[in-house]
Design a protein around this ligand. Structure first.
Ligand code: SAM
Length: 205
């Protein structure tokens, strides 16, 4: 089920964050490089970035020339367009809800999901849409913060989540639960910072 109101709230807050976002998110350059290395995008493959934000992934996608970026926030996408111009990178950008992708089935070879599955109101709807727009055999790379697939979040983590969800992000989602709701197969999963709080995973259709 999609959540239009929650997505409108995301649009509002990320429009406000857009001028400052890079100061924090630039810290994840090493994880972006690693994640995109795992994805191994070929130059002529059609690649989609969902919740693309200000385009901090673009530095690592330079060889790709069939890029599409979507985001709910026009403010974030305006920053992405500036960055793409500076890099001399051609990219199609669309303001779009990641829970309802306006693309046909099987349009893309690969999808980048960086710091979106913990933010989007309904991550299962998003992942199912990603699965739909991927070609058979297509790949998805995920970089985000997740709760371990086994065990329960402690009281501190549950309390902290009340605040982090309001400001930016849910810290208590399980990647295993999200993937299990699709037919995607997880082929790789590794810790990517803060003792496994951040993870990078590769999925295949
Ligand atoms: C934490 S930022 C991550 C941005 C970028 N992927 C990165 O790695 O820096 C989350 C992004 O998701 C976008 N977003 C939130 N809800 C969304 C939705 N329903 N559909 C598409 N994008 C959404 C926000 O506007 C924001 O740009």
């Amino acid at each position: 089920m999609s959540h239009p109101l929650a997505s409108q709230f995301n649009r509002l807050r990320y429009n406000l964050y857009a001028p400052f976002y890079d100061r924090i998110a630039v810290l994840f350059a090493a994880q972006r490089r690693r994640s995109i290395n795992l994805l191994e995008p070929l130059a002529d493959e059609r690649l989609l970035i969902v919740g693309a934000g200000t385009g901090l992934d673009l530095d690592f996608l330079m060889p790709c020339h069939r890029l599409t970026a979507i985001d709910i926030s026009p403010g974030m996408l305006a920053k992405l367009q500036e960055r793409a111009r500076e890099l001399g990178l051609g990219i199609e950008t669309r303001v779009m809800d990641g829970e309802r992708l306006a693309f046909a089935d099987g349009e893309f070879d690969a999808v980048v999901l960086h710091l979106i599955l913990a933010v989007i109101p309904d991550p299962i709807a998003c992942l199912k849409e990603v699965e739909r727009v991927l070609k058979p055999g297509g790949r998805v790379v995920v970089f985000d913060k997740f709760l371990p697939d086994t065990g329960r979040a402690g009281l501190l983590r549950r309390s902290a989540n009340l605040l982090t969800r309001l400001i930016a992000t849910d810290i208590n989602r399980r990647l295993g639960d999200l993937v299990a709701a699709t037919h995607l197969i997880k082929t790789h999963d590794e810790a990517a910072g803060l003792g496994g709080f951040f993870r990078i995973a590769l999925l295949r259709k």
